[in-house]
Design a protein around this ligand. Structure first.
Ligand SMILES: Nc1nc2c(c(=O)[nH]1)N[C@H]1C(S)=C(S)[C@@H](COP(=O)(O)O)O[C@H]1N2
Ligand SMILES: [Mo]
Length: 220
């Protein structure tokens, strides 16, 4: 009985999140920040999709200006050096969740594995939802607190939070932390992502959040 109730509670949270994201889309993302309950993640999906990908099916392709294009499995990622951190998550609309546990492999390590060409300028990201895209400069991508995450909140990343693998960009606003990460491409110019084409700054830098220094402060 107790277990049954716990299960139901979790379902309610997932369902509430999906409804919330639809409301947020209808009313504009600013609305999400006005919803009651501080310190809670609001669950977002641009197109209402919550792609369900098992860890067995999961692939992360890395291509573009690299020596050794690759398609990594979930187990490949687990076998790489593990980075964990506890850091806040902050949406540009105002909500913030402090002290979130994250675990994964640094993007810097992945880039090292595939061998980035010296003329690379930026990195772009694609999602299994077919809607979200993001980008970072190559220097931002190499920061030690930018990770390809496979655990969050001390558990495997749930579907609604973008599992099995999402990006976590600690020094920037939450919109940089693309969910359901499917592909990484190393490119020769910064390509503004979905949220940037809709008005958010390409830079997305959170001043003073992690003590890191923005390697590309002139980007707007
Ligand atoms: N694929 C995808 N990634 C996404 C988003 C999205 O809608 N789709 N929303 C972004 C925004 S604006 C925020 S604040 C966070 C929210 O993460 P959460 O849904 O796990 O709370 O995800 C980011 N990554
Ligand atoms: Mo956000």
């Amino acid at each position: 009985m107790f277990l049954g109730l716990v299960g139901l509670g979790a379902l309610g949270v997932a369902f509430g999140g999906a409804v919330q994201s639809r409301l947020a889309r209808v009313l504009g993302s600013g609305f999400a920040g006005l919803l009651p309950g501080g310190d809670h993640f609001r669950i977002y999906s641009i197109n209402g999709e919550f792609p369900v990908i098992s860890t067995v099916q999961y692939r992360l392709t890395v291509s573009g200006l690299v020596e050794r294009p690759a398609s990594f499995t979930f187990d490949d990622l687990l076998a790489m050096p593990r980075t964990s951190m506890v850091a806040a998550f902050q949406c540009v609309t105002g909500w913030r969740v402090p002290d979130v546990a994250w675990e994964g492999v640094t993007l810097a390590h992945l880039l090292e594995r595939v061998g980035v060409h010296p003329d690379a300028v930026a990195v772009t990201f694609e999602s299994y939802d077919g809607a979200d895209t993001e980008s970072l400069t190559i220097d931002q991508a190499r920061l030690p607190d930018v990770i390809v995450a496979y655990r969050m909140l001390d558990a495997p990343i749930t579907v609604e939070h973008g599992g099995p693998v999402r990006l976590y960009v600690a020094p920037m606003y939450g919109y940089k932390s693309l969910k359901w990460l499917s592909a990484i491409r190393v490119v020769d110019a910064v390509e503004p992502g979905y949220w940037e084409r809709n008005g958010y700054p390409v830079n997305g830098w959170l001043d003073g959040s992690t003590g890191a220094t923005n390697p590309n402060p002139s980007l707007t």
